[in-house]
Design a protein around this ligand. Structure first.
Ligand SMILES: Cc1cc2nc3c(=O)[nH]c(=O)nc-3n(C[C@H](O)[C@H](O)[C@H](O)COP(=O)(O)OP(=O)(O)OC[C@H]3O[C@@H](n4cnc5c(N)ncnc54)[C@H](O)[C@@H]3O)c2cc1C
Length: 529
């Protein structure tokens, strides 16, 4: 190991080779219950340095685990799948290399955060907006794209907005996908497929290379925007709501995604587990859920969507939405910049009239409204603190650093009532049996599918509860997969098990790995045998 360290130091400089415990401790922080042995992290500053690292690793068969910002919270954070990988932390490579205002794309390095891209686009008056995820300002745009993550605007499906990649392969060569291989090609970042096999998918949710650059399509700021919120007050309303969501999206009335957020999930973002009232018992009583929701005017199912377009377009969409949701919701509210401004100004006067705590509501509403308009925020980040005994910080929330307990289970559920109901009927009793609350969000990633995010929120400082969370996750994964509800993305704790399945799919992936990375130096075990 000493020799390899010396080679890394010679290649990328002493300051970029981290071996002290205090320097590498942060990479071990996780929200899922894993403890990985990590002895070293490298912080290269250029593609050339990455190539040098890869050459050394390939020669000495040293496993590398590249991360962008390492905030894959609930799926493993910065931790590798296996012990003793060297973390290659690319957060320092954070240049926005190009933004084309007319063609509406950016070319970025791995360390570019959501906040950084947002600030750049705003400051330079590009007239473009990005699609932020709920994971906060400090996460990487590229890292999220490689996990095929998503937000909620019309550009919310991040893999679909990816155009052109640059990848360092295990032999040190640089692969450029799409038209990138043609010297002087003009359409690298405007036409995704290039000519010949379309390779980009191979470098997402995989371990075939280190991605050093991607093109990301951006959305032109709409001429007019309104946010649509709706609330229903019964579990039974879900079916009719799903029919409407599908109809509105299939008919292109709503161009982005629609989120259906269950009461329980909303409450985990706004409050913490009432340990005192529950006298330490778990899971939370139904009656208490109801009273907590009533206090905050939260419905059983709560919908949110952004309406983007010209003013007449948005007006037409609102009319159709009203027709679609008639009789299905208790309340339907549209907000625009003006109404939000007025509500903010008059919040104290309006609160008693509207019988709601408007100042409190606005604290959540404003960031969530701005998120739809492309501004990253921390509004979702308190939920991992649900079972924690201390509150989240007011800003710079980092649930991994604070040792919060969250394990994501994120299956895809086709957008029909029968599937959603079957899924809910599997997970709700199962969560209860293990002492947890099912806190569901259905995000319409396309007009035909929901990506359901269902977190197991647990107290990571409680050993017994942590063991139960692991068992709950294993069981829910097993039962849902058996019934056909398979996650779109996996945490590092489940990957080895998944790829161990005997089938042609993983055989093909293994052959690709053998060809592209014969020594197996990249992220061993990550979505691959
Ligand atoms: C409360 C909460 C809300 C969340 N909301 C969302 C959400 O709305 N949408 C969503 O998608 N996710 C969400 N997440 C999950 C997660 O936090 C985000 O997806 C986050 O963006 C991932 O972390 P990152 O951007 O730092 O990527 P990283 O952790 O850097 O990357 C993720 C993985 O991709 C691989 N990788 C990264 N960079 C490279 C590279 N350059 N080359 C090769 N491989 C690489 C690595 O294996 C790495 O582990 C949420 C999490 C929490 C706790």
């Amino acid at each position: 190991m000493k020799d390899v360290i010396a080679l890394f130091v010679a290649a990328i400089g002493r300051k970029n080779v981290l071996t002290e415990q205090r320097e590498i401790e942060k990479y071990r922080h996780a929200c899922i219950p894993v403890e990985r042995e990590i002895e070293m992290a490298l912080t290269p500053e250029s593609v050339k340095q990455i190539q040098e690292i890869v050459k050394i690793a390939d020669k000495y068969q040293t496993p590398l685990y590249p991360i962008s910002t390492g905030k894959n919270w609930g799926y493993g954070s910065a931790n590798p799948v296996r012990n003793n990988n060297i973390i290659v932390d690319l957060s320092g490579m954070n240049r926005i290399l190009e933004v084309d205002k007319d063609l509406a794309f950016a070319v970025i390095e791995p360390g570019v955060t959501q906040q950084q891209l947002y600030d750049y686009l705003a400051k330079n008056q590009t007239g473009l907006i990005m699609d932020p995820t709920g994971s906060g300002p400090n996460c990487s745009v590229l890292g999220n794209t490689l996990e095929r993550g998503y937000g909620i605007s019309p550009y919310g499906n991040h893999f679909q907005s990816l155009c052109g990649m640059e990848i360092v392969l295990a032999n040190g060569e640089i692969l450029r996908t799409g038209f990138g291989r043609f010297q002087g090609a003009k359409a690298n970042y405007t036409f995704q497929y290039g000519v010949g096999p379309y390779l980009d998918g191979l470098f997402t949710q995989s371990n075939f290379g280190i991605v050093t650059k991607i093109g990301v399509w951006l959305m032109p700021e709409p001429e007019y925007f309104e946010a649509c919120y709706f609330f229903s007050d019964s579990e039974a309303s879900l079916g009719p709501l799903i029919d409407s969501v599908r109809w509105l999206m299939l008919h292109n009335v709503v161009k982005g995604s629609i989120n259906l957020v269950h009461r329980n999930r909303s409450l985990t973002m706004l409050s913490q587990y009432p340990w005192k009232t529950m006298k330490g018992r778990t899971p939370l009583d139904e009656a208490l859920w109801e009273s907590m929701a009533a206090e905050r005017n939260i419905g059983t199912w709560n919908g949110v969507a952004g309406l983007y377009g010209t003013k007449p377009e948005v007006a037409a969409a609102k009319k159709i939405i009203k027709q679609q949701l008639r009789g299905k919701v208790k309340k339907l509210v549209f907000l625009n910049d003006r109404t939000l401004h007025v509500a903010d100004k008059l919040k104290v006067v309006l609160s008693p009239i509207l019988k709601m705590n408007l100042p409190e509501l606005l604290k959540v509403l404003k960031p969530s409204y701005n998120l739809l308009k492309g501004k990253p925020c921390e509004v979702s980040l308190p939920s991992p603190y649900w079972r924690k005994k201390s509150p989240p910080p007011h800003r710079n929330i980092n649930p991994a650093h604070d040792n919060c307990g969250i394990i994501w289970f994120a299956p895809v559920v086709p957008m029909k009532t029968e599937y959603a109901k079957e899924f809910i009927d599997i997970v709700t009793p199962l969560f209860r049996r293990f002492g947890f609350e099912a806190c569901i969000t259905f995000t319409a990633v396309n007009p035909r599918s929901f990506d359901c995010t269902l977190p197991i929120l647990y107290d990571k400082e409680n050993h017994e509860e942590t063991e139960r969370a692991i068992a709950c996750h294993e069981q829910v994964l097993k039962e849902c997969t058996a019934k056909g509800y398979v996650p779109y993305r996996m945490g590092i704790q489940s990957m080895e098990q998944m790829v161990g399945e005997k089938n042609v799919f993983w055989n093909v992936v293994e052959k690709l790995k053998d060809t592209l990375d014969p020594q197996g130096i990249f992220s061993p075990g990550r979505y691959c045998r």
